[in-house]
Design a binder for this molecule. Structure first.
Ligand code: NDP
Ligand code: 8X3
Length: 251
């Protein structure tokens, strides 16, 4: 059966994707920093579905950990069909003159460099297979900048550009590249952004019904299961009450 590698599978979109693909009989490589959650998810999905799950615990910012962990997996697991570059985060929401440099570093290192480290290791495996699909998680924040979103938006704009570059450079190898750009979705994203301040995080979703992790996972699954000759390049998905990164209709 086909193999899907999902980064950031310990919560939110990544976890929802793991469940969706598992329910459709894909074998999974799931990654994240929270070992306990990875193991629980592995047990749960292997019990519920007749699939194999390989959990890999590493920080995508750590180039050596990324390359040595991925290159060290058994050869049969390197036959990856779909790579979902999902691990990422926002940290803080401040004016460009006030943001914490450490938050900027973390966002750039995770959302941009981490995605590149994983992709640089996995793309040669896809090339060997002569086919594959890379799905990168961008954001509506990639498409337009919002107040106090500065560096987070910039990292997602970088994901947008990198996705376009991948599509061009990987065209000769029959590798599809899809950038999926969700709007506001209620996952652990806002709790992480506001560093555990759940009240602030809950406020983000007041007055409208946001996307769920499952909504995004269903969309990703759709993109991943189209006929071999069809590729969705760029997909923006928001809830009904969001027009773009800046406009919401809250009631
Ligand atoms: P969550 O916080 O629920 O999930 C983020 C995932 O990324 C976790 O599994 C986390 O795992 C992993 N992750 C974060 N940092 C690292 C790291 N340094 N190394 C390895 N894994 C890491 O958020 P979402 O599911 O909402 O976000 C997933 C992606 O979607 C992100 O790229 C986000 O920017 C993007 N996005 C989110 C939107 C939203 O509104 N929720 C909208 C648009 C895009 P662990 O902590 O175990 O390492
Ligand atoms: C996450 C959505 O609007 O918080 O990418 O930037 S938003």
């Amino acid at each position: 059966m086909a193999i899907v590698l999902i980064t950031g599978a310990t919560s939110g979109f990544g976890e929802a994707c793991a469940k969706k693909f598992a329910a459709n009989s894909y074998d999974l490589i799931i990654t994240g920093r929270r070992q306990e959650r990875l193991q629980l998810l592995q047990q749960q999905l292997e019990q519920q579905h007749n699939i194999r799950v390989l959990p890999l615990c590493f920080d995508v910012r750590d180039e050596k950990a990324v390359t040595s962990t991925l290159n060290g997996i058994p050869e049969q697991w390197k036959a990856v069909d779909i790579l979902i570059n999902n691990a990422g985060l926002a940290l803080g929401a401040s004016g460009i003159d006030e943001g914490a440099l450490s938050d900027w570093d973390t966002m750039i290192d995770t959302n941009v460099k981490g995605l590149l480290y994983v992709s640089r290791t996995v793309i040669p495996w896809l090339k060997t297979k002569g086919k594959g699909h890379i799905i990168n998680l961008g954001s509506t924040a990639a498409k337009s900048v919002y107040a106090k979103g500065n560096i987070y938006c910039a990292t997602k704009a970088a994901v947008d550009s990198i996705s376009q570059a991948m599509r061009i450079d990987l065209l000769p190898y029959h590798i599809k590249v899809t950038a999926v750009h969700p709007g506001a979705a209620e996952t652990e994203f806002a709790v992480v952004r506001f560093k555990g301040d759940t009240e602030k995080a809950e406020n983000v979703y007041k007055g409208f019904k946001p996307l769920s992790g499952e909504d995004v996972a269903d969309t990703i699954f759709y993109c991943a299961t189209l006929p071999a000759h069809v590729c969705i390049n760029d997909l923006v998905i928001t809830c009904l009450q969001q027009a773009n990164a800046n406009y919401f209709h809250k009631e």
